[in-house]
Design a binder for this molecule. Structure first.
Ligand SMILES: NC(=O)C1=CN([C@@H]2O[C@H](COP(=O)(O)OP(=O)(O)OC[C@H]3O[C@@H](n4cnc5c(N)ncnc54)[C@H](OP(=O)(O)O)[C@@H]3O)[C@@H](O)[C@H]2O)C=CC1
Ligand SMILES: O=C1OC[C@@H](O)[C@H](O)[C@H]1O
Length: 386
């Protein structure tokens, strides 16, 4: 019978995450403007802001004014700007969400910082580690906040996995295997993910998730990339090499190895569903999590302890977290948790979790190491100068 209750909870949670309760807004709610009418914005910002009393999405700017108006109307955004710069220049906006193509992250985040705006910056933070370093340095100089939107990092389920791994109860970690793949047809062939000039490539778009999770689970950086191979995308050329997918094997301190796989178009019929998983093998057992990227929709964590029967946990806000209790509701998406932390930090409150500048910089250094090893080379640096 438990599965019936689980199924009802799953349906309820997935309905509520798409139709969150609307919170009455605080008088001093943070006013966020969003750059571009990007596909990810409703899920990553507009829905989460709905249930947050301390945030209002007050403005959108798009390259095409008609598109901006249509987007604003659809999502109840009161103000529309005909250019990104006009939005940044508006003194009634406190923070911006930057979900532009990767190749524009650097330029528009630097411009936003110049305009004294806090920035919620989509992953991957920039095309190169050097750009990421410069962004955080500049933000510090100007006294504004930049956060790379690695939303999964805020969900209690991934914290639980990290807690088990780092508690030492299973002994030392020996090996990790992470994957994020989607079947062919998931992205249109003209998607910006396949545009080299815009910082495209699957390692940039999807491989960054298992990479970031591995680094965080270990609290360590790769020593070297043992091997890396990339499948060229249909847009890949010699002068603009771009991966449809990448597989890499990394070496970490203490003899730990980790593999990651990402693919933006796994050929049918080998895969008809996305694959999103991480397995951590330790001396005396293992931990497996299904769907570490969007655990709110569905996930499970299975722990094999040597000599014992495997156990399975599902961890939402009310789950059996032995570490500190997170703020949140079962239906809070990773983006909702992330927004809570972003606002808390700006308002001087201690967030439940925070992803540091150092972490974002090290993450891009690791991405570069993998691209160099696979022969694809690092993504083109922005031509924007401050
Ligand atoms: N956190 C997450 O779960 C996810 C994060 N992302 C990240 O968000 C970013 C955007 O992804 P996604 O929403 O899928 O992308 P979209 O292509 O839907 O959106 C990108 C936006 O960038 C603007 N833009 C400006 N210049 C260009 C250009 N030259 N070519 C294309 N678009 C341009 C467009 O805005 P306009 O024309 O309206 O001005 C467009 O709406 C990426 O960095 C990606 O990695 C994506 C999906 C999930
Ligand atoms: O951030 C993301 O999350 C899930 C992926 O499928 C997507 O391509 C990416 O942009």
């Amino acid at each position: 019978m438990t599965w019936v209750f689980d199924f009802i909870a799953l349906v309820k949670r997935n309905y509520t995450l798409q139709h969150p309760p609307v919170a009455p807004k605080d008088d001093d709610a943070l006013r966020i403007g969003t750059l571009g009418a990007a596909r990810i914005t409703p899920e990553a910002l507009i829905l989460p802001a709905r249930s947050h009393p301390g945030v209002v999405v007050t403005a959108v700017a798009a390259r095409n004014p008609a598109r901006a108006r249509e987007f604003a109307q659809k999502h109840g955004i009161p103000r529309v700007f005909d250019s990104y710069q006009e939005l940044l220049d508006d003194p009634d906006i406190d923070a911006v969400y930057n979900p532009l193509p990767n190749g524009l992250h650097y330029e528009w985040t630097m411009k936003a910082i110049t305009a004294w705006k806090h920035v919620l910056l989509e992953k991957p933070s920039c095309n190169t580690a050097d750009e990421t370093r410069r962004i955080f340095q500049y933000a510090e100089e100007k006294g504004v906040l930049v956060l790379e939107a690695f939303h999964y990092r805020w969900h209690p389920a991934v914290h639980r996995v990290r807690e088990i791994v780092q508690s030492g109860e299973l002994g030392a970690v020996k090996r990790l295997d992470g994957a994020l793949t989607v079947p062919s047809g998931w992205f249109p062939r003209d998607d910006v993910r396949y545009d080299w000039t815009m910082g495209g490539g699957c390692m940039m778009d999807m491989g960054v998730y298992p990479l970031s999770f591995i680094r965080w689970l270990l609290d360590a950086e790769p020593i070297s990339v043992i091997s890396a191979s990339a499948i060229p995308a249909h847009t890949s050329t010699l002068s603009a090499p771009l991966d449809r997918g990448t597989t890499a094997l990394l070496s970490f301190p203490n003899d730990v190895t980790a593999s990651l796989t990402c693919d933006s178009a796994t050929p049918l019929p080998w895969e008809i569903m996305p694959k999103v998983e991480m397995k951590i093998e330790c001396e005396r057992g293992s931990v497996y999590i299904l769907n570490f990227v969007q655990p709110t929709a569905y996930h499970y964590v299975t722990v094999h302890r040597q000599g014992k029967r495997p156990t399975t946990e599902k961890i939402y806000s009310s789950g059996p977290l032995s570490q500190k209790k997170f703020k949140g509701e079962d239906w809070w998406t990773t983006y909702r948790y992330q927004l809570e932390a972003f606002v808390d930090k700006i308002r001087g409150r201690e967030p439940d979790y925070w992803m540091s500048a150092e972490d974002s910089i090290k993450q891009m250094e690791a991405v570069e190491m993998i691209y160099r090893k696979s022969g694809m080379g690092v993504r083109p640096a922005s031509t924007y100068t401050l």
